[in-house]
Design a binder for this molecule. Structure first.
Ligand code: ATP
Ligand code: MG
Length: 326
């Protein structure tokens, strides 16, 4: 991503904390990225690395015990982190929309698919019910649902998991957002359906020119969709690079480990592949590099001090091995 690209969404030094019985726990520690118009950023990380919490914070959807402890979330220059609920409502779903992992749980079981699709259109656009229904049919056709008109009157339980996710995509696209945030949108689906949905999302994203933050624990998924990849580990970005750089030449030992044991997408690669050990539990402050306990190259300094993000050739790597390579 070059500087001349128009940045739509910029996250600067974002900190997210939970208040727990044991006190404050930081789960995201200084995340930064810039998402230009029309580009896809994949945020990749193991379970608990902070992917969802980061996504929820953007649209003020964090659970009540979590809060933004610092940093900014800028959308077209406005800091969403400090924006009032009323203003944010104009952005949520309209300019920035979100798709979640479990489509069945995200759809309302007692409303028909048509009612749900038209609800957002009627709330944000000055159109008649008839026009909203027409648009809903077009949207369902766009996401590959046959006999769309008939299916508008059906309820979510009458749709398969893959079809529900198509409906969710249609809903997310209904208001032609600038930014789509997709949190593991294909994880709950079986492998063939997963590939279809990824292809569909990529097509629609290209066609509409919207930007997307695509959250996944699967590097193979990131390879399918992303222009840029950010590897998150224990709430910290360990590596950020263009997809091309990252997959050709991963610099962080963690990314290298992930790539080495990566199964291709058509085989089931549901969980992140095995690197010995576990990520740290975010209970107390981590001294040193969070990956050091699992890193085959760790030396004394890694255990004492957390490295900063070293920049080289437009990419960033949080690793002391990159210190003198600039
Ligand atoms: N309600 C909560 N109270 C305290 N800690 C929480 C709460 N929800 C999440 N966390 C912690 O925040 C951290 C980040 O969680 P998050 O859900 O963002 O991870 P994730 O990367 O999305 O993982 P997954 O791949 O499992 O979805 C985790 O360590 C988790 O334990
Ligand atoms: Mg998650």
């Amino acid at each position: 991503m070059t500087r001349s690209d128009e940045t739509l969404l910029e996250v600067r030094d974002l900190q997210i904390e939970f208040s727990t019985e044991e006190g404050r726990v930081a789960v995201l520690c200084g995340l930064s990225y810039a998402l230009p118009k029309g580009r896809v950023l994949a945020v990749v990380g193991e379970s608990g690395s902070g992917k969802t919490v980061h996504a929820l914070s953007i649209l003020h959807l964090l659970p009540p015990t979590a809060y933004i402890g610092g940093g900014e979330i800028r959308y077209k220059g406005k800091n969403l982190a400090t924006l009032g609920e009323k203003e944010l409502r104009q952005i949520r779903g309209n300019k920035i929309s979100m798709i979640f992992q479990d489509p069945a749980a995200s759809l309302n079981p007692v409303l028909t698919v048509g009612e749900q699709l038209t609800e957002a259109l009627l709330a944000h656009r000055n159109i008649s019910k008839e026009q909203a229904l027409q648009k809903a049919v077009l949207l369902l056709e766009k996401v590959g649902i046959a006999e769309a008109e008939k299916r508008l009157d059906e309820y979510p339980f009458q749709f398969s998991g893959g079809m529900c996710q198509r409906v969710m995509i249609a809903m997310a696209l209904a208001l032609e957002p600038d930014v789509l945030i997709a949190d593991e949108p294909t994880t709950a689906l079986d492998v063939t359906v997963q590939a279809q949905i990824l292809r569909l999302m990529k097509e629609l994203q290209k066609e509409s020119g919207m930007s997307a933050v695509f959250i996944t624990h699967n590097l193979a998924v990131a390879a399918e969709v992303a222009d840029e990849v950010l590897v998150l580990y224990a709430g910290k970005c360990l590596e950020q690079a263009s997809a091309e750089q990252l997959f050709k030449n991963p610099l962080h030992p963690y990314t290298q480990g992930l790539l080495n044991s990566l199964a291709p997408l058509h085989r089931k690669a549901d969980t992140l592949p095995v690197i010995a050990g576990y990520p740290p539990v975010p209970r107390r402050e981590i001294i040193g590099c969070p990956f050091a306990p699992r890193c085959p190259f760790a030396f004394e300094k890694c255990r004492q001090h957390c490295p900063p993000l070293f920049e080289e050739n437009g990419r960033k790597t949080r690793c002391w091995l990159r210190e003198d390579r600039k």
